[in-house]
Structure formats: structure tokens, C-alpha cells
Design a protein around this ligand. Structure first.
Ligand SMILES: Cc1cc2nc3c(=O)[nH]c(=O)nc-3n(C[C@H](O)[C@H](O)[C@H](O)COP(=O)(O)OP(=O)(O)OC[C@H]3O[C@@H](n4cnc5c(N)ncnc54)[C@H](O)[C@@H]3O)c2cc1C
Length: 484
């Protein structure tokens, strides 16, 4: 089969791309999804307490607002339900190819087509929109002896709901964004919870609450109120960027707030000491929770800071040599961002490898295109992730740019459209220069930095600046070849 566009991934990025292609009058496309169900992040991460850290009215498409959110901060099941509604309302079902994983794609220079191989067969496409997300590959550290463990273990992003945790001795390895959500949920169920914490995180109160019936009623009937609600949250979250990028010393005020939150919720000074971070707030993701600290203060919880020496048959040996028996190990150890595109083999012009091009070229252009890979557009590509606001805003910006690029290839009868290498290099040089002055480069060891210390993850600016950069396709930055 030949398509005008093949979209890879059915998370918010893939679905938004599909909707905007249809609006642009482009209908000959498919959405490849490796799993049997669409939805991306919020279908995969089903751990107890899974929820978004951005308010519902902002963490949703601007063009598909929902007046019926039940809470200010959406939970995983409600987000999944929202995506189901989007797929139905925009008629995307016929385009979805579920259980179809992209295995490899190679640009055929003679034909000006991508030759695509999937788990269910071959296809060709004039253009590709690559929306597989950066947080899709769970990362589990290789502890010595892990293979000897006789109990059960799983990663929080692959939660094993068949395991009953009631009355069990559970070890939670990692204390980041996922752990702070599920630890309060499982703590009352388990006999003993050993919480292995490498670094204490900055934690602020989560201003979550139910959206009242009256608010829902008003939001349904008065559309400007929806926009106002969204705008209020946008400004509130966007203002944090001033601190992260321009004035890291403003973090002191938020650090004071976070320490006050800790003091109010944890009475034991020794535990408080363990939970006090030793880096500038914002350098790692700031966590929002009201029930994490109270859970850690319960008598069946131990916060362990001396690391893991090895895993044995029936437990974990800590860094100080103590053997602690456990029945279940839950890894809340995040994602392998550096190898996010992992097993997919992408080859561009002259057979060049995508992984190598990203590695050597240190990034992409506007997080969307890469020199050597014509007619190929990424959503949430390098340096588009946020530490402070809604990714949906970034996704909508990236999609507008990608769809404009696709439109130019198809309508302009182009053989290929490829970013100029020198434009991409200058863009990344400037990006890395900006990043050096931000809070993410103040010395902490975060997943935003790769093994070489480069930050190919974070967008170092206002999100409206990214929107401005992507408002239309800057064809002058590209080499456009006409079809013969
Ligand atoms: C636990 C967690 C919490 C988060 N919380 C927040 C938050 O509070 N605020 C925020 O803004 N962002 C948050 N994020 C980031 C979140 O990932 C983005 O907001 C957004 O959902 C990304 O959408 P996406 O479409 O780019 O990627 P994804 O949602 O990851 O979707 C990618 C899709 O591509 C599919 N895919 C992958 N490889 C292939 C292949 N080879 N072939 C076919 N299909 C493939 C995957 O199965 C998946 O369905 C969170 C992420 C995680 C993991």
C-alpha cells in the first residue's frame, strides 16, 4: 500500500497529527500503533494513583475542550477516556492500525518515498510523522544478582495488576514522579514498604480538587469561561519558566515553600533530613503531591538512602550490607530517554542511520526535522520536553509545523524536503548555549542529561516562543527538490 502520510504512534502527538491532516484535506494516511490499544502514555501507565501534573483544562487539546473534567488534575483513566472521545469525535478509527509496530523505514532516493516495514507487512509513504514519544521505554537498572530473585518484580510503567500487594513486603526502587503517585496508594495495603531513594526531590503541594457541578455547568454553557480557565492555568505554569531559565535564584522562594510543606507533613527530624534535597529546585522535575510525605511517615515504611549493593534470592542487600527481605520489587526508575528510538531502524538519504545522525548532529531542527531525513517530521522530538508546562501545548505547536511541511511536499509535488545541515547546526548551537545558563545545568544528575552531559530533552524557553517558531514552515531553511 502507498500512503501520503504514515503517522507512527497513537498518543496525543499521533492523534493530533491525524486530526490536523484531516483538517488540511489530507485523508490518505494511517496511524501505526505497536500496541493493541491506542492512547500512548495514559494507556500504558496504569499504576495506582497515575495522574497528570498539569490541570485538565490545559492538558487537553485547545480545539477539543472538555467541560466535564471531574478534577482539576486529571487521572489516568479520565485522560484515556478523553482520548477515546477524541478518536470517536474526529472519525480516526478507520485510520488506526493497531498492533502494528514500525520496525524499519528507509528513504528511497530514486522514488522519493519511505519504504516502511511493520510487524504486519510492508508499505510506502511520501511522508512520515514520527510521534513515538520520548518516555516509552522503561529503564530498569541492572543490579547484581537480580536474576536470582525468587519474588516478583516489575517496572511502574508495566504495572502487573495480577500481583496482589496486600500483606506483602514491597521494595520501591526510585522516588521520582511515578513513585510519589503510587507509594501513597500501596502503603496502606502492604506489610512493609522499603523505599530506596537515590536523591530527595523537591515536593510542592498539589492544588488539586474536584471540579464542582456549578463550575462544570458554567463551563459547558459559557465558552469564554473555558478559555479563561485554560488561560489562567497556562499563565500560572508558564511563569515558572522565568525562574528556571532567567533567574534561578528565584527558586529560593519556592524552595522555602517546599521545605515548609515538608516540615508540616513530616514531624520526625531524621526522616525530614533524608527527604531534604541538596540541589537547586527545578534542576530535576518538581513533584506535586499532598499524600507522599504522610505515607512515608507511617510505621510500615523505611526510607533507605544507602543504595543497593545487590539483589539476592529473597531480598535486597543495601549499600551498607544489610539484607532486607522482600516479596515484590517495583522499579520506579523512569525511562531510557537517550535510546527512546531504540529498536526502530531508520535510514535516510545514502543509508545514513537516524540514531547516529541524532548522536553526531546533536539534535534536530525545531525538534521536528533532521538533516539527511527528507519528508520526515517528528513530534516531541529532541529539546521539546517541558519541565514546567503542558506537553499538549508543545505537541499542538509541533503538529502545526509538521502538517505544514507535509502539505508542502504533497501539494508542491516535491520529491523531497530536507533541513539544511548548517541551519540545524546553528539552531542547536544556540539552544545548547541557552541551556547552559538554565536551572537544568546547575549540577544535579537528572535524566534530562545524556551520558555525555548534553541536554537533548528540554525546551529552554517560553512555550509561546516555540509556538512562534513553528507557526509556519520556514521553507528557506530547507532544501526542496522537485519531483521529476
Ligand atoms: C508517567 C508519565 C507521566 C507524565 N506526566 C506528564 C504531565 O504531568 N504533564 C505533561 O505535560 N506531560 C507528562 N508526561 C509526558 C507525556 O508523555 C506527554 O505529555 C504526552 O502524552 C506524549 O505524547 P506522545 O504522543 O508524544 O507520546 P506517547 O504518549 O508516548 O505515545 C507514543 C505512542 O507511540 C507508540 N509506539 C512506540 N513505538 C512504536 C513503533 N515502533 N511502532 C508503532 N507505534 C509505536 C507507543 O506505543 C505509544 O502509543 C508524562 C509521561 C509519563 C510517562
Amino acid at each position: 500500500m502507498e500512503y501520503d502520510v504514515v503517522i507512527v504512534g497513537s498518543g496525543f502527538g499521533g492523534l493530533c497529527s491525524a486530526i490536523k491532516l484531516k483538517e488540511a484535506g489530507i485523508d490518505n494516511f494511517v496511524i501505526l500503533e505497536k500496541d493493541e490499544v491506542f492512547g500512548g502514555t495514559w494507556r500504558v501507565n496504569t499504576y495506582p494513583g497515575a495522574a497528570c501534573d498539569i490541570p485538565s483544562h490545559l492538558y487537553s487539546f485547545s480545539f477539543a475542550q472538555n467541560a466535564r473534567w471531574s478534577r482539576l488534575f486529571p487521572r489516568q483513566d479520565e485522560l484515556l477516556e478523553y482520548t477515546l472521545g477524541v478518536v470517536r469525535d474526529y472519525g480516526l478509527e478507520p485510520h488506526l492500525r493497531l498492533g502494528t509496530a514500525l520496525r524499519s523505514a528507509q528513504f528511497d532516493e530514486a522514488a522519493g518515498r519511505w519504504r516502511i516495514s511493520t510487524s504486519k507487512g510492508e508499505m510506502t509513504a511520501r511522508t512520515v510523522i514520527f510521534a513515538i514519544g520520548l518516555l516509552g521505554r522503561p529503564s530498569t537498572p541492572q543490579f547484581a544478582g537480580a536474576e536470582r530473585f525468587r519474588g516478583q518484580s516489575f517496572h511502574s510503567a508495566q504495572w502487573d495488576h495480577s500481583i496482589d500487594l496486600r500483606g506483602k513486603r514491597v521494595a520501591v526502587v526510585g522516588s521520582g514522579a511515578s513513585a510519589v503517585q503510587f507509594v501513597p496508594e500501596i502503603q496502606p495495603l502492604v506489610r512493609q514498604l522499603d523505599h530506596y531513594q537515590r536523591t530527595a526531590h523537591w515536593v510542592l503541594p498539589r492544588p488539586d480538587r474536584a471540579v464542582t457541578r456549578i463550575e462544570q455547568w458554567l463551563l459547558q454553557r459559557v465558552r469564554p469561561l473555558q478559555l479563561l480557565f485554560r488561560a489562567k492555568h497556562y499563565v500560572q505554569f508558564e511563569s515558572r519558566v522565568v525562574m528556571f531559565i532567567f533567574l534561578p535564584m528565584l527558586a529560593k522562594f519556592m524552595e522555602w515553600q517546599a521545605l515548609r510543606h515538608l516540615k508540616r507533613q513530616v514531624a520526625d527530624p531524621q526522616l525530614r533530613d533524608k527527604l531534604t534535597p541538596n540541589y537547586t529546585l527545578g534542576c530535576k522535575r518538581v513533584l506535586l503531591t499532598n499524600d507522599y510525605y504522610p505515607a512515608l511517615a507511617q510505621p510500615n515504611v523505611a526510607v533507605l538512602k544507602d543504595g543497593i549493593r545487590e539483589i539476592c534470592e529473597h531480598g535486597i542487600v543495601t549499600g551498607s550490607g544489610e539484607e532486607r527481605p522482600v516479596d515484590v520489587i517495583i522499579y520506579a526508575t523512569g525511562f531510557d530517554v537517550e535510546h527512546a528510538y531504540g529498536p526502530i531502524e531508520l535510514r535516510g538519504r545514502g543509508g545514513c542511520s537516524f540514531a547516529q545522525a541524532l548522536e553526531e548532529g546533536a539534535g534536530a531542527y525545531k525538534g521536528a526535522t533532521v538533516a539527511g531525513f527528507p519528508n520526515f517530521f517528528m513530534i516531541t522530538g529532541p529539546n521539546t520536553l517541558l519541565g514546567h508546562n503542558s506537553m499538549i501545548y508543545m505537541i499542538e505547536s509541533g503538529v502545526r509545523y509538521a502538517v505544514d511541511g507535509v502539505r508542502r511536499v504533497l501539494r508542491g509535488g516535491l520529491h523531497s524536503l530536507e533541513v539544511r545541515p548548517q541551519v540545524q547546526a546553528a539552531y542547536n548551537q544556540e539552544l545548547q548555549r541557552k541551556l547552559k545558563r538554565t536551572v537544568w545545568h546547575t549540577g544535579c544528575n537528572s535524566w534530562y542529561l545524556d551520558s555525555r552531559g548534553r541536554n537533548l530533552v528540554i525546551w529552554p524557553g517560553f512555550t509561546f516562543h516555540y509556538r512562534h517558531l513553528t507557526r509556519r514552515f520556514d521553507i528557506g531553511s530547507y532544501i526542496a527538490r522537485r519531483a521529476a
